[in-house]
Design a protein around this ligand. Sequence first.
Ligand SMILES: CC(C)(COP(=O)(O)OP(=O)(O)OC[C@H]1O[C@@H](n2cnc3c(N)ncnc32)[C@H](O)[C@@H]1OP(=O)(O)O)[C@@H](O)C(=O)NCCC(=O)NCCS
Length: 186
Amino acid sequence: MKLVSLQPEMEAAYADFVQDFTAAGEKVMPGAAGSSEASFTDYLRHLERRQRWEGCPPGIVPSHLYFLEEGGRLLGAIDLRWELNERLLHYAGQIGYGVRPTARGRGLATRMLGMALEKVRTRGLERVLITCLEENRASARVIEKNGGRLEDCRSYDGHTYRRYWIALSPQGRVTDGSGSLQGEIQ
Ligand SMILES: CC(C)(COP(=O)(O)OP(=O)(O)OC[C@H]1O[C@@H](n2cnc3c(N)ncnc32)[C@H](O)[C@@H]1OP(=O)(O)O)[C@@H](O)C(=O)NCCC(=O)NCCS
C-alpha cells in the first residue's frame, strides 16, 4: 500500500474510485479528487498545475493530491496544501482526505494520514493544521491517532470545525494541556 500521484494509465482505476462514491450517494472527498475537467488528460494537467503558485487561482495555495493505492486499486485520496492562508488557517486546514465508501472502517484513513505526514515532514514543515467538522467523529479519531492536538473549535458559515495541530519536528511541538501553539505560524 502506497501513496501515488495520478498517472495516465490509472484512468480506469480513477473511474472506479469515483464510482464508489457515486454509488453511495456521496461527493468525492477530498474535493480535489473529484474531477470537473472535460477529460482525464485535462484533469491530470489540472493536478499538475495546482502544485505551483503560478498555476493556482487567487486564494488557492499550491497543493499535491495523492491516492492510496494497493494492487492497482485506489482506496483513498489525500490533498496536501503546502501553505496556510486565512481560510485554511481558520477552518479548512492543510490536509483533506477521504476513503472510498466500501473501504472504510479498516484503518485506512489513519494509515493514509500517517504516510502523508511523512511527505509533509520531508518537505520541511514543522507542524501542520488539520480540521474536521465537529460532528465528524471518524475524522477526529484519524487526526487524534496521528498525534493531533486540539487547539480550538471555530465556526464558519453555520458549521463548527475542530482545529488540530500535528507537530512534525521538536520545533513544531504544541504545549501540554491547552493545545495552544508555542510560536507563530511561519
Ligand atoms: C473520515 C474517513 C476518512 C475515515 O476513514 P476510515 O478509513 O473509515 O477511518 P479509520 O478506519 O482509519 O477509522 C478511524 C477511526 O474512526 C472511527 N470511525 C470510523 N467510522 C466511524 C463513524 N462512522 N463514527 C464514529 N467513529 C468512526 C474508527 O472506529 C476509528 O477509531 P478507533 O480506532 O478509535 O476505533 C471516512 O469516513 C471518509 O472518507 N469520510 C468522508 C470524507 C471525510 O469526512 N473526510 C474527512 C474530512 S475532514
